[in-house]
Design a protein around this ligand. Structure first.
Ligand SMILES: CC(C)(COP(=O)(O)OP(=O)(O)OC[C@H]1O[C@@H](n2cnc3c(N)ncnc32)[C@H](O)[C@@H]1OP(=O)(O)O)[C@@H](O)C(=O)NCCC(=O)NCCS
Length: 335
């Protein structure tokens, strides 16, 4: 399996944390291959949901050991009733009945999310066979946002062709974030980048740099920048080394020559490594352009701001991508 140097570095850090990651899609060969690789490399202890006999047969056929991997059929789990009760208690105020909870718990993404809630796993990686919404919804309903009143958002890690690492948000969850939600996205991104062992230089992106362009979009980003700068003065961020500035066009954010002309006083322009997009359209289109035409390696969408890490995979992912996301999920368990 070909693993990129960036992910190799994360794998080394993840292996030291001794965490348990649940993979709800045991019917998918790519998931089984990734679980095998992750177990051999001791990135985490893995729990695979699915049919244990079929999974065992697949491993035997490959001549692979199941050391470090637990197989679990939700239907046979002694904890099924406990998890259904937990789900009912968590969702009854939202109108869920006991009957609905007993059915919903059997959906693998819900079962896995409830395992995390109950403390039986530390994180989940899913989405090789499910849409973003189906992977993310149980997390939003059960695990919930770690910060009161802060939206959960999605981050992509990008390794560009020049070898540099960049972080992009929110390209996958919040469709048209408000000023406050843009601030949430920037703060969560700062925390994520620190978790991955990097220093955040955050550019709040727009089509305008320091007032060069007019319109509601630029006003929104300018306002969010001011609010985020204020928030970063709070005690909880004092220990994080975070630079943030905006509103910046992407060329001013990334290119030192352009930055000198457009935003010479900025401590971020020309050296940004975190790009905060004004909405999901800019973010989603932007990351796919970088991936398809720019040849960048992309990991995500990674959920940030949840009480425990749950990550989505692209349905077109390869087994090596899943290994990378398992390592990232382990690192996100760090507080
Ligand atoms: C993420 C997403 C699926 C959630 O939508 P949904 O399932 O309709 O969710 P709902 O609005 O019914 O909310 C479900 C729960 O999640 C919570 N929630 C929704 N979005 C949230 C967010 N960004 N942060 C925190 N909580 C959120 C809601 O408060 C609600 O909680 P409750 O039921 O306990 O009150 C939706 O935002 C979405 O579709 N985003 C775009 C996804 C997409 O297409 N991405 C592009 C491809 S990657």
């Amino acid at each position: 399996m070909k693993i990129s140097p960036y992910i190799e570095n994360l794998i080394e850090k993840a292996g030291k944390l001794n965490k348990t990651i649940v993979l709800p899609e045991g019917e998918d060969e790519r998931v089984l291959q990734a679980a095998h690789e992750a177990a051999v490399r001791k990135i985490a202890k893995l729990i695979i949901l699915g049919n244990p006999n079929e999974i065992k047969a697949y491993f035997e056929k490959q001549n692979w050991s199941l050391e470090g991997i637990e197989l679990l059929d939700p239907l046979q789990s002694p904890k099924l009733k406990e998890y259904a009760k937990l789900l009912f208690e968590l969702r009854k105020e939202k109108g869920m009945t006991e009957e609905e909870a007993a059915k919903t718990v059997l959906i693998p993404n819900y079962f896995a999310t409830l395992m995390i809630k109950a403390g039986d796993a530390d994180g989940m990686v899913s989405g090789a066979n499910h849409s973003t919404a189906d992977t993310v919804r149980p997390a939003l309903q059960i695990i919930k946002s770690a910060h009161k009143d802060r939206v959960v958002s999605a981050l992509f890690i990008m390794v560009a062709q020049n070898g540099k690492t960049y972080y992009l948000s929110d390209c996958a969850i919040n469709i048209n974030p408000t000023v406050k939600e843009l601030v949430d996205i920037a703060l969560s991104s700062a925390e994520s980048v620190v978790q991955f062992g990097d220093e955040p230089n955050i550019a709040m992106l727009s089509y305008s740099t320091y007032g060069s362009g007019k319109g509601e979009g630029a006003d929104k980003v300018r306002e969010a920048t001011a609010m985020a700068k204020e928030a970063l003065k709070n005690q909880e961020y004092a220990s994080l080394k975070v630079n943030l500035d905006g509103e910046l066009q992407v060329d001013a954010a990334l290119d030192a020559v352009v930055a000198k002309k457009k935003a010479p006083s900025s401590n971020v322009a020309g050296q940004a490594n975190v790009l905060i997009f004004p909405n999901i359209e800019a973010g989603n289109i932007g990351y796919k352009l970088l991936q398809r035409l720019g040849g960048a390696e992309m990991y995500g969408p990674l959920l940030q701001g949840l009480n425990a890490p749950i990550n989505d995979l692209s349905r077109g992912c390869f087994a090596e991508d899943i290994v990378g996301v398992i390592a990232i999920t382990v690192l996100q368990t760090q507080k």
